[in-house]
Design a protein around this ligand. Structure first.
Ligand code: BGC
Ligand code: BGC
Length: 840
């Protein structure tokens, strides 16, 4: 039903909002003129190709599989249209692959696709990857600041140059297509993808869209367009991904159509006007309906109103979330207007089902032809039919192009321009370089941390500095600046010093995350003051001026850290060129200023941890630092003391995906004992023996007093579990996490090896459970040493758990003597090494 009342802003009843569908007529969504004109020559080529393709080939074209689940032989057999590499899907066994390994894989897929055996015509495959801040999955590539930092730079020419550099680096490894730019307009910074957005302000994102798209693809209508220096770009995620309620990833954007267009839609108009060749559908919903299944948006708005003529690709099994769909079957999404399914691991079933649906008429031949036509047109425009195999194309295998000095210089400039100076008491900055400088904090010498998520792996983090051969840590940049001027720079992560420093620089902030893994309940960085606050205060009390460099994917409530710092810089996620920070912090050796700060907040900075979302021009706008804020050296940068009351209490401060921390269950979870056929019994007190004498329990000290639990099975069977106190409404829905590479991580120490089987599992309500034999994994852990046991969530799914209704995320059963200690149980990114299921 199309409702006209949606044109009115505000004052809408909820019912009216929920009924909304895009309004008829072009008033709200003006037609956009694409610079990519319809080309009769290409259309005729497509006609000829379509006439010679089999039905099976056509169905293959509309399916994209992940390289981890697809062999070249399967490309030959199923004739898939595209392959993607997800954030953890590099060829080979390591979390990353070298350019040569990528290129060899590109050739293998391409050659399989070009094999004409059994077909009248071969269609070249197209390889897509998330080059979202440089060619970030590839060893040795330049990692640019994440978009949030580029937004603060407010420089369209700069992002254009970055996009052009990234396109060239993509060419080195044989990739044709990037899933970028992310044109999201995040409105609630609790969202884990906030940093993928340039700004909360649609105008800034809209101004960037053409700069990015022409940087990646070239300018439509010129020789440069999709030339051998360029790649296919994707504007994502259409539409409303940054507008979900509560900032929940893959959530529901509840708003009227006018707001949908004004905040989240105009950026797509700009992208289409710049000739973007691909758009990716959003995982999220609009007013309760998944975008992947919403024909009024995918066809009504995107095709009929905005006139988008490129290809519409789905997101990672995003179609499977549409009502009535599964990862292996979703005619609804295809009929709604999707041209290509992203079906990483589900492609085979999806292929068979889609083929069946075309045969049965559930999907019309016309719809299939239309989708294939769009895909072929993109491939033709990109020159894929006329190009040689990937390794023979321009820049292929050119190692010097990856992390090229020009690209690194550009990234370093971007770092300088992205820094936002929030506080500069007594005009501490710029610093003289010839001093004794103490550098502290776990972000100081940690390229993976300064680069954030989507860096060498999906979640990022945990990669040593040696895995960034051309990168520079922030400390290394500081050291170079200071030592060349005759000063000294000492690194001590914990901030201890023997010789009193003249100034301390403390680099700290959020650890890397991607997507839903970064969603949070509130915006306090460290409400309990357990991280760097003590260090900052110690330095402050000693009278040492402190410069805080804050690494984060979003503005966070850091009032206490601001108070304990003399100067404070929001550095976002700068990427591999850490030297950009010292460029701005220090004067030249002769005292002259090198680079002043120029960054300005493209996201409003919160006044409290629990304030309603703060967006420029939004209601109740009362941020601590407004949109556009950012000091220069010469500004009077003194900041008065701020309130340190976060407004949060107790367990609210602990991350929501942590169920057991420092030896204690995190509310609402309770650690209980369950005997076969019996009720649950809480383990009362710090130590004791269970009522029937099955288990002895106690505490231990790892880093702090009583921060671990120790359990000893005395002989009889017993199960220990983390149960929630409440009813079925409190069940955990872990479907998204099981679909991505998330794992249950337990920090444990074996005190006595198991004498018989030990089973680890989850419960999904009173009559639902799945267990996995972890005996062998436990026996492999060296006795008496702390170890992290990680079980991918999909293993529970495979064992039959209903991941939508987890009532106990941890359940451990032993039937014979066994003793172990554990400190933490939480969700974490599964590393490439521990992707296998125990017992497999
Ligand atoms: C993300 C997309 C990404 C895709 C492929 C999805 O989970 O939402 O942004 O392009 O994965 O890695
Ligand atoms: C992939 C990402 C993808 C995510 C979706 C991960 O396994 O590596 O690319 O975005 O799953 O949840």
């Amino acid at each position: 039903m199309r409702s006209a009342c949606v044109l009115a802003v505000g004052g809408l009843s909820l019912a009216a909002v929920l009924m909304t569908s895009p309004a008829a007529g072009d008033a709200l969504w003006p037609p956009v003129r694409s610079p990519v004109a319809k080309d009769p020559v290409l259309e005729a080529r497509v006609d000829a190709l379509l006439a010679r393709m089999t039905l099976e080939q056509k169905v293959g074209q509309v399916i994209q599989a992940d390289s981890d689940s697809l062999t070249p032989a399967e490309v030959r057999r199923y004739r898939l249209g595209s392959v993607l590499s997800g954030g953890n899907s590099a060829p080979g066994e390591r979390p990353y692959a070298t350019a040569d390994e990528w290129l060899a894989a590109a050739d293998a897929y391409y050659q399989a696709s070009m094999d004409t055996n059994g077909v009248a015509v071969a269609i070249p495959i197209m390889w897509g990857i998330d080059a979202v801040h440089g060619h970030n999955n590839v060893f040795g590539g330049t990692i640019f600041p994440h978009n949030i930092g580029l937004g603060a730079a407010n420089n369209p020419a700069l992002v254009h140059a970055i996009a052009a550099a990234t396109a060239k680096e993509l060419r080195v490894t044989g990739h044709d297509w990037t899933f970028a730019p992310t044109l999201t307009v995040p409105q609630d910074d609790r969202w884990g993808r906030t940093y993928e957005g340039f700004s909360e302000d649609p105008a800034l994102v809209a101004a960037y869209a053409p700069a990015l798209i022409t940087g990646l693809q070239g300018v439509a209508g010129t020789e440069d367009f999709l030339s051998a220096d360029k790649v296919i770009a994707t504007a994502k995620h259409f539409i409303g991904d940054g507008g979900t309620a509560g900032g929940r990833d893959q959530g529901d954007a509840r708003m009227d159509e006018h707001t949908l267009r004004a905040v989240h839609g105009i950026v797509y108009e700009r992208a289409i006007a710049a000739g973007v060749q691909a758009i990716m559908a959003s995982f999220s919903s609009w007013n309760g309906r998944k975008v992947h299944g919403d024909s009024s948006l995918l066809t009504g708005v995107l095709r009929e109103r905005l006139g988008f003529a490129g290809m519409l690709v789905g997101d990672w099994n995003g179609h499977g979330q549409v009502e009535t769909c599964a990862n292996e079957s979703c005619p609804v999404a295809f009929n709604a207007g999707l041209d290509m399914f992203m079906a990483p691991d589900s492609w085979r079933g999806l292929y068979e089902n889609t083929l069946g649906q075309v045969r049965s008429g559930a999907i019309s031949m016309a719809r299939l032809d239309e989708a294939v036509r769009r895909i072929l047109l993109v491939k033709l425009r990109a020159g894929l039919f006329d190009a040689d195999r990937p390794s023979k194309r321009r820049h292929a295998g050119d190692m010097a192009m990856l992390g090229h000095p020009d690209h690194r210089a550009l990234a370093r400039q971007a770092v300088r321009e992205s820094l936002v100076l929030l506080k500069n008491n007594n005009q501490l900055l710029p610093l003289r370089p010839n001093q004794r400088v103490l550098v502290a904090g776990d972000g100081a010498d940690n390229i993976a941390k300064q680069s954030g998520g989507w860096t060498l792996s999906w979640q990022g983090g945990g990669h040593g500095n040696d895995q960034f051969p051309k990168g520079q840590s922030i400390f290394s940049g500081i050291k170079a600046a200071v030592e060349s001027a005759g000063g000294t720079a000492r690194l001590a992560v914990d901030g201890r010093y023997a010789e009193r420093p003249d100034v301390a620089i403390v680099v700290f902030g959020e650890d890397p995350y991607a997507e839903f893994q970064g969603d949070r309940e509130h915006l306090a960085y460290d409400p309990a003051g357990e991280k760097e606050l003590g260090l900052l205060r110690r330095l402050q009390a000693a009278g040492i001026p402190v410069v805080s460099i804050f690494l984060s994917g979003r503005p966070l409530w850091v009032n206490a850290e601001l108070n304990a710092s003399t100067a404070f810089i929001a550095a976002w996620l700068p990427g591999t060129e850490g030297g950009g920070i010292s460029d701005v912090l220090f004067r030249r050796p002769d005292g002259a200023i090198k680079h002043d700060f120029s960054g300005r907040l493209s996201f409003s900075w919160p006044r409290t941890a629990t304030q309603p979302p703060q967006n420029k021009g939004g209601p109740d706008y009362d941020p601590l630092f407004a949109f556009g804020y950012g000091l220069r050296y010469t500004d009077a940068g003194d900041l008065p003391l701020l309130s340190e009351d976060s407004g949060l209490a107790g367990d609210a401060a602990t991350a929501k995906d942590t169920w057991f921390a420092k030896g204690r269950a995190v509310s609402p979870w309770r650690l209980v004992l369950r005997k076969p056929g019996m009720d649950e019994q809480p383990l009362a007190g710090a130590e004791g023996t269970s009522r029937a004498g099955r288990i002895r329990y106690g505490t231990g000290n790892r880093a702090q007093q009583e921060d671990t639990r120790r359990l000893t099975w005395l002989g009889a069977a017993a199960t220990i579990l983390l149960a929630d106190g409440e009813g079925p409404d409190d069940r955990l829905d872990l479907r998204r996490q099981a679909n991505g590479d998330m794992a249950l991580a337990i920090e444990l120490r074996i005190d006595q090896p198991p004498a018989a089987k030990v089973m680890l599992g989850v419960a999904c309500g009173p009559d639902c459970a799945a267990v996995i034999d972890i005996s062998a994994a436990l026996r492999a852990v060296p006795m008496g040493e702390w170890h992290r046991l990680s079980v991918p969530l999909r293993c529970y799914q495979q064992a039959g758990a209903d991941m939508a209704k987890i009532s106990a995320p941890f359940m451990l059963t032993a039937t014979a003597p066994f003793a172990f200690s554990f400190s933490d149980i939480r969700l974490a990114s599964a590393s490439a090494q521990d992707m296998a299921c125990p017992g497999e």
